[in-house]
Design a binder for this molecule. Structure first.
Ligand code: EPZ
Length: 422
């Protein structure tokens, strides 16, 4: 398995182009199942999860072709007949977002079986909110042998759906179903993430009638048919936040290009309060370390609060800031796998339930660490960039799921980093 080797201590300097959003690309790819017409999606990041989804679409009967950062999705002639009614277990196991296959196929084929999804090991990751919502639209749901089977005898009927928690995936799944249901669906307590808005924008391009995306109340008027589309995926706000923190932790000076600054507001507010100089323009952000940072505690929240996907990276930064800080993880019940690894670098950090208490230390010493999930991996890379001496990071396949050309982008910014194949 590949490893990343880092010799830390270099301050990052220069420009980095942020790639398209993983968490926007995946639901938009699943949306192509809603039409028989050709679709073209651009600004696609080069990620394992994207490749898995392309495999998925082709397995399910589509013709999906990736050409650089463009994906074209067509139909074979006998599309519906060719469809598989059970998703491939080994693909679903690789990626939590596979659950998004249910929405479009329930809407079009009215039946689909999906093994319970895999993905990052961050908590139990139940799907009860998804299934409860599908039932509200008239689907019959059963779970047999670790497989979710969904069936709708007639066309699904729109209905009010009230989420107990604003689940991102469940909001996306219901949008992917309700667009072809009969009548009106109202989602109450919907997720407000930018990726939801991007998906709704694409669905409306296809002929759907969605209003309120990006707010807690989304209304969908079902239509009979959806058309092809062309779309450029929004930039990845989590990748952008990771590079902002990389600039801060290495006392560097970095310009991020192709970003949407207001998608990062909660992170940039905290970085500014901590002492990082930040200047925003229309689609770029300039970040410069100008003085020793001050500790800033965070509580992860749903958008527009501080994103859980930046919690691990922020934790690493606070470990190297003089003073005490506190991290509260409110979205996932087990998203602290990076803590024991940060202790190997010399972090003074402890976990108590959903709270992490940190006492900043002057420096990290390079170490040999192992990645266990995507964003924990980013946190360990950041630690290696700041540490004195060599760091080896193993199981970096987790990183390849969600960071496009990570070591190449960091090397271009001056990091002493290489990937070794082995
Ligand atoms: C999406 O995951 C993202 N993944 C995650 O990013 C992100 O951390 C998460 O939203 C929260 O923002 C993609 O978009 C592909 P949720 P998702 O449903 O949809 C619980 C990354 O690093 N829950 O909003 O799975 C769940 O267990 C990934 O890029 C239920 O209890 O997140 C969790 O505690 C990691 N029942 C919380 O809600 C359900 O039916 C948030 O989950 C669904 C969710």
């Amino acid at each position: 398995m590949d490893k990343i080797l880092i010799r830390g201590g270099n301050s990052l300097r220069g420009e980095v182009i942020i790639s398209g959003s993983k968490n926007s690309t995946l639901p938009i790819l699943f949306a192509t199942l809603l039409t028989d017409e050709p679709t073209v999606i651009t600004n696609i990041p080069s990620l394992d999860d994207v490749d898995t989804t392309v495999l998925f679409l082709n397995f399910m009967g589509k013709k999906a072709v990736k050409k650089g950062n463009i994906i074209e999705v067509y139909c074979s002639d006998n599309y519906d007949k060719e469809y598989k009614h059970v998703a491939l277990h080994k693909l679903v196991r690789k990626m939590r977002a596979s659950i998004l296959i249910i929405g479009p196929l329930l809407a079009r084929l009215r039946r689909i079986g999906v093994p319970l999804p895999g993905g990052c090991a961050i908590g139990a990751r139940p799907v009860d909110i998804h299934l409860e919502a599908f039932r509200k639209l008239g689907a019959e749901i059963s779970i047999e042998d670790g497989c979710v089977r969904t069936f709708a005898g007639n066309r699904l009927k729109g209905a009010p759906v009230n989420f107990r928690f604003p689940s991102v995936g469940a909001t996306e799944n219901i949008l992917l179903t309700a667009v072809l249901a009969e009548g009106k669906t109202t989602i109450i307590n919907a997720a407000c993430e930018p990726e939801i808005e991007d998906l709704a924008f694409v669905l409306n391009k296809m002929g759907a009638k969605i209003t309120g995306a990006g707010t807690k109340k989304i209304v969908v008027e079902g239509v009979d048919k959806l058309h092809g589309f062309e779309h450029e995926v929004i930039p990845d706000r989590i990748e952008a936040a990771t590079y902002m923190i990389a600039a801060a932790i290495t006392k560097g000076e970095v310009t991020l290009k192709k970003v949407i600054p207001h998608h990062l507001k909660s992170v940039n507010d905290k970085l500014r309060k901590s002492g990082l100089y930040i200047k925003e323009s229309k689609n770029a952000i300039y970040a410069k370390w100008v003085k020793n940072l001050k500790p800033q505690s965070i509580k992860t929240e749903v958008y527009p609060g501080f994103p859980t996907d930046v919690q691990a990276q922020w934790t690493t930064l606070m470990c190297l800031v003089d003073g005490r800080s506190r991290i509260e993880e409110n979205i996932f019940e087990n998203r602290f796998s990076h803590i024991t690894q940060l202790q190997k670098f010399g972090a003074d950090i402890s976990v108590n339930g959903k709270i992490v208490n940190i006492k900043g230390v002057e420096r990290f010493s390079g170490s040999a660490v192992t990645v266990s999930d995507l964003r924990a991996g980013a946190a360990l890379i950041l630690a290696g960039l700041a540490a004195r001496g060599p760091t080896t990071v193993s199981k970096i396949y987790h990183l390849d799921r969600g960071y496009d050309m990570l070591e190449r982008k960091l090397k271009k910014l001056g990091a002493d980093i290489i990937r070794v194949h082995g």
